[in-house]
Design a protein around this ligand. Structure first.
Ligand code: ASP
Ligand code: MG
Length: 427
């Protein structure tokens, strides 16, 4: 008897669809490694499109001129489609032009307020455009995942409604997959009332995991511009090392500390169902890459992680009372309310400090909530370094010559905050 064919999920990020040549390479990879058997291809926005859409959205939302940026974005997509021979004229369907028109309409009708909600309605076009182009290039089916990945109304970080999502996916996908590969958007979801949500920046990895979990995939492969899961970002650190295999647990922790490897929410659904996650190079697809699965390993090479754009906020109680549980409760509540995530924290008798991403908008809101009760200072332009599985040499390598503003050490992890070094390269 023939084995039932096992579903694979391939995820391609922005760099792997950054131009026509990259998309041709994607098509080659899906043909070479995605057969036989059912294949879902999850695609992010092309190149730096999400950043461009964020900028356009911000301009439009604040009533400023954005035509030049929008035209550039539009021409870029049309140009790539033309190079691939997948223009709308060629196939007789107006899809790409239609999407571009929808985007333009959305921008023209933005309302003041409701920033996060409207962000999702605009920034989601990056994935919609990219998948249209890729689906055509692959001659595969295009699927709008906003009708299948159901989330709540947490704009820009939609929380997945798992039972509904599973029901929707299992009722639609098997039938579609019987007709060949399916291309769908990373990063996007939809509410029960049909509004678009996004899952958080870099959320396409998570999309692949949601699909794999709900459909019982045999594996997920993330195709990247590096050789696999590395101990550090080679754009920042010299002498990086690839982990040939690594456990779900270790990977979750690295992602949590901000390693730009994989979106932090990706691992849990895969671990629950024991679905292996393969990280492979789209530049050298035959190379081994990394397998993330349930495994035990000895001591790992220290992982080095840098988060830029950090700020250190410190709270002092105005009446010089000690920082108490009651005070902390108020501070944590306010941080959650303005959606500032704590990356590191420390308290002393009368002050409490947290390291978070710098957002002028969210900090202003935070000050508004807490100003009465606390004196608040903050430093911006900082970096947070994390060394997971540290040793003396790795600590020396990163701390040498730096003034540490905050430092913390646990059994496995060493972290510190320091002033930003202009994105310097670390040897
Ligand atoms: N395009 C989105 C972003 O750049 C999602 C992703 O790339 O995973 O954040
Ligand atoms: Mg991306």
């Amino acid at each position: 008897m023939q084995e039932p064919q096992q579903l694979r999920i391939f995820k391609f990020g922005g760099a792997s669809v950054k131009d026509a040549a990259a998309i041709r390479n994607l098509v080659h990879i899906t043909q070479t490694y995605g057969q036989p058997g059912p294949l879902v291809v999850v695609v992010s926005a092309m190149g730096k499109t999400t950043n461009a859409l964020e900028e356009i959205f911000q301009l439009a939302h604040s009533g400023q001129e954005y035509t030049a940026q929008l035209t550039a974005l539009r021409n870029f997509h049309l140009q790539v489609a033309a190079e691939l021979g997948t223009t709308d004229e060629a196939t007789g369907t107006p899809a790409l032009a239609e999407l571009l028109e929808q985007l333009q309409d959305r921008l023209a009708t933005l309302q003041p307020g409701d920033f996060d909600k409207q962000y999702d309605q605009v920034v989601s076009f990056g994935e919609l455009l990219a998948t249209r182009i890729v689906a055509r290039a692959m001659q595969a089916q295009w699927l709008d995942c906003r009708t299948l990945i159901r989330t709540d109304h947490t704009w820009r970080e939609g929380r997945v409604a798992w039972p509904a999502t599973e029901r929707l996916l299992t009722s639609i996908l098997p039938e579609r997959l019987a007709h060949g590969p399916v291309v769908t958007q990373g990063f996007l979801g939809g509410t029960s009332s049909g509004q678009t949500t996004t899952l958080g920046r870099e959320g396409s990895d998570y999309t692949a995991a949601i699909l794999a979990y709900c459909l019982g995939a045999a594996s997920v492969t993330i195709w990247k511009d590096v050789a696999g899961l590395l101990n550090a970002d080679p754009k920042i650190f010299a002498d990086t090392v690839r982990y040939p295999e690594i456990s779900y647990q270790e990977t979750i922790e690295m992602a949590y500390y901000g390693a730009s490897v994989i979106h932090p929410k990706t691992i849990k659904p895969l671990a629950v169902k024991q679905i292996p996650l393969l990280v492979k190079s789209f530049v050298d697809p035959a190379a081994e890459g990394t397998v993330i699965h349930d495994c035990r390993h000895g001591l790992l090479v220290p992982a080095l992680i840098r988060k830029t754009g950090q700020c250190l906020v410190s709270f002092e109680s105005k009446d010089l009372t000690f920082i108490s549980e009651e005070n902390l409760e108020v501070i944590f509540g306010a941080l959650a309310q303005v959606r500032l995530k704590i990356h590191l924290m420390q308290n002393s008798a009368i002050s409490f400090s947290v390291c978070t991403d710098f957002s002028a908008y969210r900090l202003e809101k935070l000050l508004g909530v807490l100003r009465e009760q606390f004196t608040i200072h903050y430093n911006t332009g900082l970096e947070l370094y994390t060394i997971k599985n540290y040793d003396a040499a790795s600590i020396r390598r990163l701390t040498e010559g730096r003034e540490l503003l905050l430092e913390q050490r646990t059994r496995q992890t060493f972290q510190f905050v320091c002033r930003g070094g202009e994105n310097e390269w670390i040897k």
